[in-house]
Design a protein around this ligand. Structure first.
Ligand SMILES: Cc1cc2nc3c(=O)[nH]c(=O)nc-3n(C[C@H](O)[C@H](O)[C@H](O)COP(=O)(O)OP(=O)(O)OC[C@H]3O[C@@H](n4cnc5c(N)ncnc54)[C@H](O)[C@@H]3O)c2cc1C
Ligand code: SF4
Length: 437
């Protein structure tokens, strides 16, 4: 169904039309990626008396029943436990029942920042010229959605299986070895650094997660990449990707409605344009508008962090992430945004809010060197908005988190602030919030 055809008015009308035209005995489908799509199909078929048979999606490494079995009886969900379960069950990166290298986790070696001179020369991901079908699709988007944010000028993503395999080769050969060490680092003008840029190819099922993981592990066995990098990469796909899918399907449909921190402010309009004096947000949003991509820490600790500290309505943040990213699809986006980034699920996905001040961004990037604000300052002319809002966030949620078993330590720092200082921070935050409206 072409996007400009009358029956393309909505997915439901297109489906209803097709079912009425073809009058099938039954509809056999692979389970949908999104809850809403699954329900729409079931409802439409039900209305027309067409039975539906849903088959498991073999693209994923953990089925819904397996996730439900793993989850049963657990009061607290911890991704690390799920990840170890998956490593053991699939016998991946295991030596005689023990984790390869004797450890499950190489965080000590990983998650470094670059020195003053930055990452040096990094080979960017391979780019692909749009083929005829892609050019047609780009033209359709330009005519049907002229006012949507973002640019179509530099579309270079893989759209075929061959291109996706080429991008996988390119990542394993060029960037995997340094992936672990610098997976949390950010640098001006370097959107991809050592990341794979494979999420859209994975989500579109041009690549299977198992083959991606197997390629990375083979690089470790061949001596092409060190274990900390390979383990860090495997963890993202075998751990996080499968885990958030399991959480999504077991929590929907209520998951989208949660707002544990009662966040009710609107999303600042600069999220749609990148026009802000905050250098970190400007860089990440502009890059996203140009490429449809930002890496995990840019999403979590720049755009996500600012919305969390400001107290933006989680549903609006969710809609922004769904609209802006090339790899966006609800089963993976919603738990990352509403759970990990905004704490809207009250700690189901991450045990405490990912709250940090501008100092975190200063440590992990060079954005602050290009900014008119100062990350150490919470009040005054040069105060970094992240730092102001960080302390304001801590004050707003003091009662909730001061005695929290995992977050309490961070909140206890508030004891350093006397009443005068607290009032000063609150005033600065209120003025900042007013200026963003
Ligand atoms: C607020 C927020 C929203 C997000 N929205 C999406 C989304 O809509 N679609 C999406 O695919 N990912 C999403 N992520 C997860 C992650 O940021 C992206 O998968 C990653 O940045 C894609 O870049 P990459 O392929 O270079 O990843 P790499 O860093 O190279 O990681 C390798 C692969 O691991 C998987 N992966 C890594 N981190 C995660 C994670 N936290 N959850 C699930 N899978 C992960 C991805 O498939 C990725 O391609 C989101 C994260 C946050 C914090
Ligand atoms: S000073 Fe603050 S606003 Fe500016 S780049 Fe650093 S963290 Fe971002």
């Amino acid at each position: 169904v072409r996007v400009d055809a009358p029956e393309a008015e909505s997915f439901q009308t297109g489906l209803r039309d097709a079912l009425t035209r073809h009058r099938p005995e039954s509809l056999v489908m692979v389970e949908a990626g999104e809850y809403g799509v699954q329900k729409t199909i079931e409802q439409t078929c039900d209305d027309l008396g067409v039975p539906v048979e849903t088959r498991p999606d073999r693209h994923f490494l953990c089925s819904h029943p397996e996730f439900a079995e793993w989850r049963a009886g657990r009061r607290v969900l911890v991704m690390e436990h799920f990840y170890r379960h998956m490593r053991q069950r699939l016998d991946l990166l295991m030596d005689n029942g023990q984790p390869a290298g004797g450890r499950w986790n190489f965080d000590q070696e990983n998650r470094r920042a670059f020195g003053r001179n930055g990452p040096g020369l990094v080979a960017p991901p391979k780019r692909f010229d749009p083929d005829a079908a892609t050019r047609r699709a780009l033209a359709d988007v330009a005519t049907q959605f002229p006012d949507n944010p973002g640019s179509l000028d530099r579309f270079f993503w893989p759209v075929t299986r061959e291109q996706a395999l080429t991008l996988l080769d390119d990542f394993v050969g060029q960037r995997l070895a340094a992936f672990g060490a610098f997976q949390d680092a950010m640098w001006c003008g370097e959107p991809f650094l050592f990341h794979s840029a494979l999420s859209s190819a994975l989500n579109l099922k041009l690549l299977a997660p198992r083959e991606v993981v197997d390629r990375a592990i083979a690089a470790y066995h061949d001596g092409a990449a060190p274990l900390p990098s390979v383990e860090g990469f495997v963890r993202q796909i075998l751990g996080w990707r499968e885990y958030v899918r399991g959480v999504y399907w077991s929590e929907m449909p209520d998951y989208l409605e949660q707002n544990a921190l009662d966040a009710n402010r609107p999303l600042p309009s600069f999220y749609w344009t990148g026009e802000t004096e905050m250098a970190c947000l400007r860089a990440v949003i502009t890059q996203t508008l140009e490429t449809g991509y930002a890496h995990h820490i840019q999403r979590l600790m720049v755009t996500g962090l600012f919305a969390l500290l400001l107290g933006v309505r989680p549903r609006e943040v969710h809609e922004w992430y769904l609209a802006m990213y090339l790899d966006a699809v609800e089963w993976v986006e919603a738990p990352n945004t509403l759970g990990m980034s905004q704490y809207a699920d009250g700690g189901l996905l991450g045990s405490k809010p990912y709250a940090a001040s501008g100092r975190y961004i200063q440590r992990m990037s060079n954005y602050c060197r290009h900014c008119r604000y100062t990350p150490d300052e919470a009040t005054g002319e040069a105060a970094c908005p992240f730092t102001t809002l960080y302390w304001d966030f801590m004050l707003r949620h003091e009662r909730r988190f001061a005695h929290h078993p995992r977050a309490g330590l961070q909140w206890r720092n508030l004891a350093r602030l006397d009443r005068g200082r607290r009032a000063e921070i609150r005033r600065q935050a209120a003025a900042l919030v007013g200026s963003l409206a």
